[in-house]
Design a protein around this ligand. Structure first.
Ligand code: 4NP
Length: 150
């Protein structure tokens, strides 16, 4: 089993989309995909309705996901931890206990643009187009992840 965690700030916009997209590209019997936020202010909430809508447009149902906060125990549960931006990266790395934990963490867009540490922009305060952009970036990155892992 390979366990993959997608991390953003609130776990309501970007990482639930990443979770839904990657899950759909990987066989269920040998992979688990989850998501979490570095902040706790949306814990227990469903994904943002704009993320739910763009996922639905592409045939994915992420409406049942529930936000939760990233926890240090996630380093034990997951093999790969993908973050959306620099702030997520710093927050997750600050909880890493050793080099083994740290080695699990990378920017999701480094799968497309290696070592560039590009950001998946936070679409929360923008319009629907931001969610479409985020969907497309994550879809491209997740296709590469799936191709590498399967
Ligand atoms: P996410 O987006 O990190 O992609 O889930 C955000 C959602 C909520 C907030 C910030 C970012 N917020 O400030 O409430």
């Amino acid at each position: 089993m390979t366990n993959i965690l997608m991390v953003c700030l609130g776990n309501i916009c970007r990482s639930p989309l990443a979770e839904g997209i990657l899950k759909a590209k990987l066989p269920r019997n040998s992979f688990t995909v989850d998501s979490a936020g570095t902040a706790n202010y949306h814990s227990g909430s469903q994904p943002d309705r704009r993320s739910v809508a763009v996922a639905k447009k592409y045939g994915l149902d992420i409406s049942k996901l529930k936000a939760r906060q990233f926890d240090v125990s996630d380093f034990d549960r997951f093999d790969l931890i993908y973050v959306m931006d620099e702030s997520n990266y710093r927050n997750v790395m600050a909880l890493a206990r050793d080099d083994n934990d740290k080695a699990k963490v990378d920017f999701v867009l480094n799968e497309i643009y290696p070592k560039e540490n590009y950001t998946v922009p936070d679409p929360y305060y923008g319009g629907d187009q931001g969610f479409e952009n985020v969907y497309n970036m994550l879809d491209e990155a997740c296709s590469i992840i799936a191709k590498k892992l399967i």
